[in-house]
Design a protein around this ligand. Structure first.
Ligand SMILES: Cc1cc2nc3c(=O)[nH]c(=O)nc-3n(C[C@H](O)[C@H](O)[C@H](O)COP(=O)(O)O)c2cc1C
Length: 337
């Protein structure tokens, strides 16, 4: 319908009718918007499509390499760990090569290196590494020297950088998954939240909320449901959950605004904690409806809240390992117009 006729028609509807119709129309629009999001996800998500493009495969290569880096950095190294990740990584690498994608891409080379690191960490014991070594032979690639695998860090260096320029803080922040026995004082957390609350948000609506979980039983049950911290969390005794409250957003076109504002806040909070010498690891809070409801019930979230992310925190151990988590170069991310 042309805009003008729509406006005329609208002016003929009495006010009380408009107020009744408005929420119905808004709900209809919401369903329509969500449908298009579903279609987009269906089209692009690597798990929903048989044929993966190079970006789908980059995602899979990094996803499975990262699982192996975590195992290589784990203080409780378990021989033969990560069988599922190994299999999935090899599948992704094979698909990548069969599709004739460039073998000099860093994400692909990183996958090769992480498999080499896996063999090295297992001292080339045939029962753990012969399959991998045979697999690697098929590629005949000698990768360049990239920082991939488990990297050792010194607490002193991290603390020095935390107090220096922002670029030092940002470029030296890492996800730390196991902590020293010293408990993090609540005041450091409160001060970090204060700093993070200076984050920008849409029309300064500040929809964010932070849940501080200290109760041992609640913390353990939450982590079990979260499911992404298995094998880590030594001396973890405080966990944060950042949420946003949907009541602060107006319309169907703001359906994702909470995730944007919440994400900005979450990152500010991680930087603020890093500045306050607290070690952190963001933990995923995107779940299916059933798991989402279980966590909501457990923590007692408002129905209007949506979860943005957990932050596991503690103090840095004196010396520890963490995944290198190599980043792409700027030209992979930047498009100049
Ligand atoms: C939204 C989000 C969810 C994450 N979830 C988990 C998780 O469930 N378990 C985990 O060990 N790390 C998790 N991480 C940490 C990432 O693995 C880590 O940030 C990434 O590999 C980059 O490494 P870095 O933080 O050390 O630079 C998550 C990070 C983000 C941003």
């Amino acid at each position: 319908m042309p805009k003008r006729s729509y406006r005329i028609l609208r002016s003929l509807v009495p006010n009380f009718m408009r107020n009744i119709l408005k929420p119905v129309i808004q709900k209809f629009k919401l369903s329509r918007e969500i449908k298009s999001e579903i279609e987009r996800t269906k089209k692009f998500a690597f798990g929903l499509n048989k044929k993966n493009d190079i970006h789908n495969l980059f995602a899979r290569l990094t996803f499975h390499s990262h699982a192996l880096e975590k195992g290589l950095s784990n203080p409780n190294f378990r021989k033969g760990f990560g069988q599922r990740a190994l299999m999935s990584l090899r599948e992704a690498m094979t698909e990548y090569r069969n599709a004739d994608f460039p073998l000099d891409e860093e994400r692909f080379l990183s996958a090769i290196i992480v498999l080499q690191e896996y063999c090295k960490a297992h001292e080339y014991l045939p029962e753990y590494t012969s399959d991998i070594e045979n697999f690697l032979k098929k590629f005949e690639i000698t990768p360049p020297n990239l920082l991939v695998g488990a990297v050792e860090y010194q607490k002193e260096t991290i603390l020095e950088n935390s107090k220096a320029m922002f670029s030092n803080l940002a470029l030296n922040r890492i996800s730390v998954r196991d902590y020293s026995p010293t408990e993090v004082d609540d005041t450091l957390i409160f001060d970090s939240i204060r700093i993070a609350m200076k984050s920008p948000s849409v029309c300064n609506r500040q929809s964010w909320r932070v849940h501080l979980i200290k109760d041992r039983d609640l913390l353990e049950r939450t982590l079990t449901l979260q499911g992404g911290f298995d094998g880590n969390g030594t001396n973890l005794n405080k966990l944060l959950l950042v949420t946003v409250d949907l009541r602060y957003f107006s319309n169907f076109y703001e359906r994702n605004q909470g995730y944007i504002d919440g994400g900005i806040f979450l990152m500010s909070l991680v930087y603020a904690l890093t500045y306050n010498e607290v070690a952190t690891c963001i933990l995923n809070a995107m779940f299916n409806r059933k798991r989402d409801q279980e966590i909501r019930d457990l923590i007692g979230l408002e129905e209007s809240e949506v979860m943005i992310g957990f932050i596991a925190l503690g103090h840095y151990p004196d010396v520890f390992k963490a995944p290198a988590s190599l980043r792409d170069s700027v030209d992979k991310c930047l498009k100049i117009h």
